[in-house]
Design a binder for this molecule. Structure first.
Ligand SMILES: [Zn+2]
Length: 74
């Protein structure tokens, strides 16, 4: 099994499939069992199961701050 992807709050990512608005770039706002992200083209907020989000992720455009002891939650 692959280790879980190091998704961080604040990451800006490009996905493989466009949002209905035509945008490909998203900012990660919530990281957990579900990933919450805001479409940077239309501002819509969506939640996806982590596995689906990881499958759709194409690349990181910006990285959020690395996890520290204080903000890691399992
Ligand atoms: Zn959109």
């Amino acid at each position: 099994m692959r280790p879980p992807l190091d998704l961080r709050v604040g990451d800006v990512v490009e996905l493989r499939k466009p949002h209905p608005c035509g945008g490909y770039t998203w900012r990660v706002l919530r990281v957990g069992a579900d990933i919450g992200a805001e479409c940077l083209s239309c501002g819509r907020y969506v939640m996806l199961p982590r596995s689906r989000f990881e499958a759709r992720l194409k690349r990181f455009l910006e990285r959020g701050p690395a996890h520290t002891e204080e903000n890691v939650t399992l």
